[in-house]
Ligand binder design. Structure first.
Ligand code: ATP
Length: 260
């Protein structure tokens, strides 16, 4: 596993993300309430839940971009938002954040410079990430001439620069065709298996759940359950994660009803 702590030792057994009693207030409202969960190091963990349940807010908290966070949130062994975490994290927001009037390569060279990668290493690093997202053939295209899915992949390539230990991806496969979606999930698992990267990937599409090694299921600002897709299905005695989610929602509603 890649380890950038400088101590030469992997963080054996330590989760990549650990939340305990995590709350987030946005616009005067508690949008995340008392979250407890872990993202195991080296896992492909899916953050699943309906639109508005708080996935983006949680991801912003993990990468240190969210205000109003209270409770415990540790990322790679440090408090979320620590400056030292910045080069160890890659974050891809839902809207591609790339410059339309630069070429794909110019965008990536710019982000490599911002990241502080040595000038001599930049070209090779840009080539590497272009290959990983299958965009080498479009390296000299202006970003504005790309399709929406291709632009998203430029954002993803930018997040892969410098081989971060934790990748936080907000709905990275939305709007992509099935072939591309499949290729990206292949890439996510290669990053985890071959490089030890931890991936936290949000989706509101339950049919992507089985692509993940582990799931954190959310609803209305709370965590309903966390486990492997298989364990979640088996625990509810159902065939799909979607059915397991519905069973958990029903059980949660019952529990809250009987509470005095
Ligand atoms: N800037 C903001 N100020 C106040 N409240 C916000 C803000 N952005 C989002 N919220 C609220 O926070 C809650 C969680 O939103 P969030 O974007 O985290 O959900 P999500 O699960 O990522 O949704 P989606 O799948 O649609 O992206 C929602 O109730 C939303 O209305």
């Amino acid at each position: 596993m890649i380890n950038k702590n400088g101590d030469g030792h992997a963080d054996a057994g330590q989760p990549a993300v650990r939340a305990h009693g995590l709350n987030v207030r946005r616009g005067g409202r508690e949008v995340l309430r008392g979250l407890d969960f872990e993202v195991p190091a080296g896992s492909v963990t899916g953050l699943l839940g309906p639109s508005g349940c708080g996935k983006t807010t949680l991801m912003r908290a993990v990468v240190g971009a969210q205000k109003g966070v209270t409770g415990t949130l540790e990322v790679l062994g440090r408090p979320a938002g620590s400056a030292a975490l910045r080069p160890r994290l890659g974050y891809v927001t839902q809207a591609p954040s790339v410059y339309a009037d630069l070429t794909v390569r110019q965008n990536l060279e710019y982000f490599a410079a911002v990241l502080g990668l040595a000038r001599s290493a930049r070209a090779a690093e840009v080539d590497r990430v272009l290959d990983e997202v299958d965009l080498a053939a479009r390296a000299t295209s202006l970003t504005r001439d790309l399709s929406g899915g291709q632009r998203s992949r430029v954002s993803l390539a930018a997040a892969l620069l410098g081989a971060p230990e934790l990748l936080v991806l907000d709905e990275p496969t939305v709007g992509l065709d099935p072939v591309l979606r499949n290729a990206l999930w292949g890439l996510f698992h290669r990053l985890a298996d071959e490089r030890g990267t931890t991936l936290l990937i949000s989706s509101h599409v339950m049919d992507e759940a089985d692509r993940c090694g582990r799931l954190v299921l959310m609803r209305e600002g709370r965590v309903l359950a966390e486990d492997s897709p298989r364990a979640l299905r088996e625990r509810s005695g159902v065939a799909t994660v979607e059915e397991a989610f519905l069973a958990l929602v029903a059980a949660d509603a019952d529990r809250r009803e009987v509470r005095p």
